[in-house]
Write a new protein. Sequence first.
Length: 375
Amino acid sequence: MKRLIVTALFLVAMVGWSGCFAAQTDMDFTAGFHYDWWDNDNDDRGMQLSVPIEVESAYRDISIELLGAYVYTSVDLSGQSARSLSDFVDTKLNFSYEILDRFPVDILLGLGLNLPTGHTDLKQRDLILITIPELVSITTFGEGFNVNPVISLTKQWDAWVAGIGLGYLWRGEYDYSTGVENYDPGEALTLTAELGYEISPSWYARAFGEYITYDEDEVDGEKFYQEGDILLFGLGAEYAGTDWAMVFSIHSIFRDKSKFRQGTILPSEEHNSHGDEWIGEVAYLYFPNNETTLKAGFELLWLDENAYPADSSFYVGQRQKYTLGCGVTQALRENVKGSLDIKGFYIDDEKNWYHPEEDYAYKGFSIAGNLYFSF
């Protein structure tokens, strides 16, 4: 009930913000559903149904965004009792302020807050609800109070556009589970950059990158774990025609060795427990008229095996995920539109911590529908 009250209060605040400046304020409201289902060749299965809500309001150069969701997740592993969880997840509250055409570069100042309205302190038997992240849309049920200030600088000249961003994430303490209480995740520093070029009125290309470094996680005030640094690099291209468009992108993620507690120290692991990751995407959009957009897309995820030997308990094998989807967005009336998206996937997953004895093959699908209102 407390989490519901917190979310409702922020919704009221957003409506109040819009009402106070009705003549100059834009407000968007999105509500819908998202359903995920999966199973594998070991007779394991699971599903997740979420009802997300998003409210965004803008007044001049200031904007506020509120995101929340109610989620039901169920997992039934072969040979174990099925478990389920139904609750709110954390509420996201984002503020941004744009400073345009005043300096040699445009500036965006942002502040993101994670409000702990979700479910934490999981019972040990409920930890089976945390599956590999490619199976369902929401994999984190709740965290602590987090603060994420960011600053972005962008510059455009001729056909070029460049941007750089810096963000700092402070993460508050919370009880992860009944076995890991007083968990204090380490802070994170993020640096992002992007360079784009308009090849022609129809073609646009870009290169982008991101670097993240983490501080140590602590449990009961003692250093417990430190995530390895992450480096992301990608390339993308977009084509926009009169009645159709295509978007292409490919990016890779490289992770450094993590650190695990051994006694009173936190040394780097012997081998890298993280495999390199590659993701390629292509999306096609067709506009038969001004009110309708048809969509189709394909995504390939390739996760390499890690550096541990195959007989080690830390070994994680290769994982490939193939996703094919389609959808439609339709204007229903003035200031109202709806969308429906369907995706199917197949995962070839070699041995890892989740199923150390044999390789698994997963299959599943998702259906999402949303209504968008503009005021």
